[in-house]
Design a binder for this molecule. Structure first.
Ligand code: A2P
Length: 347
């Protein structure tokens, strides 16, 4: 079998570092890796695959030398500029940003859901938004069996999804709280100062922010719009009725989602639970008598999607409520991207 050459772009970031970890675990037939980041990290050393790698600055000539694949996790602007250059040189790009997700010529892939679309790529394959990935892994087997009519998403998203700056805001908020030794000042809302914030408009410590990505003219956030549009594209249900509220919560890692689903067809609840249990990379954790339900702290470090609190929605004819949790940095980004490369190699 051919030995491949792969670039990791954004190798110093939260997702990029996890991409390296997942690559170490997967042991794909890749013989050459090059790690790229911005000029800020040029020359930095990273231990990877038992060797020391020197981070290279990403430039317009980075892809001149025969790459087979590149995983980009360096933000939308970097992807917009460099992905087409890489693709024009014969490299297949798996892009973690939102830059190309809704392009009709760019497949938007979750390997458990629509792997058949991978072959339709023209050099760029998009990795969906983290909150969309975990939702569609759970929803696909249900859509196949009962046909979804409407979805209401409410998310509880971890700060790691906002990159290293998001994590920094929560860490600094905790440090400030610990130093103040005054719970009541936080209960009463007298947060001493917010000068430390580098990512969010308000402290994420002790708050839930109903604001992820920018606000749009229709009052939704871009994150909410991404969940709606990407779900439709991945499930190939362009007219599916979906609404979403996306919220950042003071959790370091792993997103939680309340998903309310209405079906066209009736279902038996045990049958629906079994359908989820048989689904690809889904783990059902649903035993309320023993206080078992999905939690971020269980999902951290895993690639599966955890589903629980599965119960009928009695307010409609054929509805169900789900609680869906997954590691947003692994399954929501890094692992999904590496799985796509794996599919490209082995199919
Ligand atoms: P750098 O560390 O040099 O800034 P995160 O969102 O977790 O902070 O990670 C962002 C990643 O994207 C980092 O690896 C960062 O590299 C990389 N990055 C940001 N801007 C560029 C750029 N213009 N070219 C290449 N990599 C970039």
């Amino acid at each position: 079998m051919k030995n491949y050459k792969l670039a990791v772009v954004g190798a110093t970031g939260v997702v990029g570092r996890t991409v390296l970890k997942v690559l170490e675990e997967k042991k794909l037939p890749i013989s050459e890796y090059v790690l790229f980041a911005s000029s800020r990290s040029c020359g930095k050393k990273i231990n990877f695959m038992g060797k020391e790698y020197i981070v290279q600055e990403l430039t317009e000539h980075s892809f001149d030398e025969g790459f087979d694949f590149a995983i980009f996790s360096a933000g939308g602007d970097t992807s917009k500029k460099y992905s087409p250059i890489a693709a024009s040189k014969g490299c297949i790009v798996v892009d973690n940003s939102s830059a190309f997700r809704m392009d009709k010529d760019v497949p938007l892939i979750v390997p458990e859901v629509n792997p058949e679309e991978i072959k339709n790529n023209h050099g760029i394959i998009a990795n969906p938004n983290c909150s969309t990935i975990q939702a569609v892994v759970a929803l696909k087997p249900l859509d196949d069996k009962y046909k979804i009519k409407r979805i209401v998403y409410s998310t509880y998203q971890a700060v790691s999804g906002a990159g290293s700056k998001g994590i920094e805001d929560l860490e600094n908020g905790i440090t400030q709280f610990s130093a103040s030794k005054n719970v009541m000042s936080f209960v009463e809302g007298n947060v001493p100062n917010t000068d430390y914030l580098v990512k969010f408009p308000y402290p994420i410590f002790n708050n839930c922010l109903p604001h992820i990505d920018v606000f749009l003219d229709n009052g939704y956030t871009k994150e909410e719009e991404k969940m709606i549009n990407e779900t439709r594209k991945i499930l190939k249900r362009p007219d599916l009725k979906i609404t979403a509220t996306t919220v950042r919560v003071p959790v370091f890692n792993s997103h939680s989602e309340s998903i309310n689903v209405e079906f066209e067809n009736d279902f038996d609840l045990d049958d629906l639970k079994n359908t989820l249990k048989e689904g690809c990379n889904i783990i059902v954790q649903d035993d309320i008598n023993n206080t078992i339900y999905p939690l971020s702290s269980f999902a951290n470090g895993h690639d599966e999607v955890f589903v629980g609190r599965i119960r009928r929605d009695y307010s409609v004819d054929y509805g169900v409520n789900l609680w869906v949790v997954a590691d947003n940095i692994r399954k929501g980004a890094a692992s999904n991207a590496v799985q796509i490369v794996e599919k490209l190699i082995y199919s």
